[in-house]
Design a protein around this ligand. Structure first.
Ligand code: MG
Length: 160
């Protein structure tokens, strides 16, 4: 087997009155993410990790926020497009690991659903999809509730 690894990082600003999508799941909240797409910052970081593994650039390059085509788009569609790029080159996902830093609301009740939704799009079982959530103990822009920060790592493999 041949292996590649990639990492992704994304931040979105939080504002009142917007929907909050994370890991393909809508989180009940009176605040959500400012974005050109649906603002799913976890999926965006994951897309960049997958693209990074194959040195294919980043989602800002692939899906420019200046294009109306991607305005308000469901980020699950962006992830499906990224997976298409990965699989058409003969690669499959080994595992992914995502860490979401958000002060509120608590994400623990939604983590299993995120894993299952993401696994479905990635075409792997949920035991290959890790989603972890943390606060920053009220420190920094995450802690003040101004934003959400996500890190993702993806390992992909293919037969030689
Ligand atoms: Mg983003």
């Amino acid at each position: 087997m041949e292996y590649r690894i990639g990492q992704g990082y994304d931040v979105h600003q939080i504002r009142e009155g917007l929907p909050m999508f994370l890991g393909g799941v809508q989180i009940p909240s009176d605040r959500g993410f400012v974005a050109h797409s649906d603002g799913d910052v976890a999926i965006h970081a994951l897309c960049d990790a997958l693209l990074g593994a194959l040195a294919l650039g980043d989602i800002g390059h692939l899906f420019p926020d200046t294009s109306d085509e991607w305005k308000g788009i469901d980020s699950k569609i962006l992830l499906a497009k990224v997976i298409e790029l990965v699989s058409e080159r003969g690669w499959q996902v080994g595992n992914v690991d995502i860490t979401i830093a958000l002060q509120a609301p608590k994400l623990a009740p939604f983590v299993e659903q995120m894993r299952s939704v993401l696994a479905g799009i990635l075409g792997v079982s949920a035991d290959r999809v890790s989603v972890k959530a943390t606060t920053t103990e009220h420190l920094g822009f995450v802690g003040s509730g101004e934003g959400c920060e996500v890190w993702a790592i993806a390992m992909i493999c293919r037969s030689l």
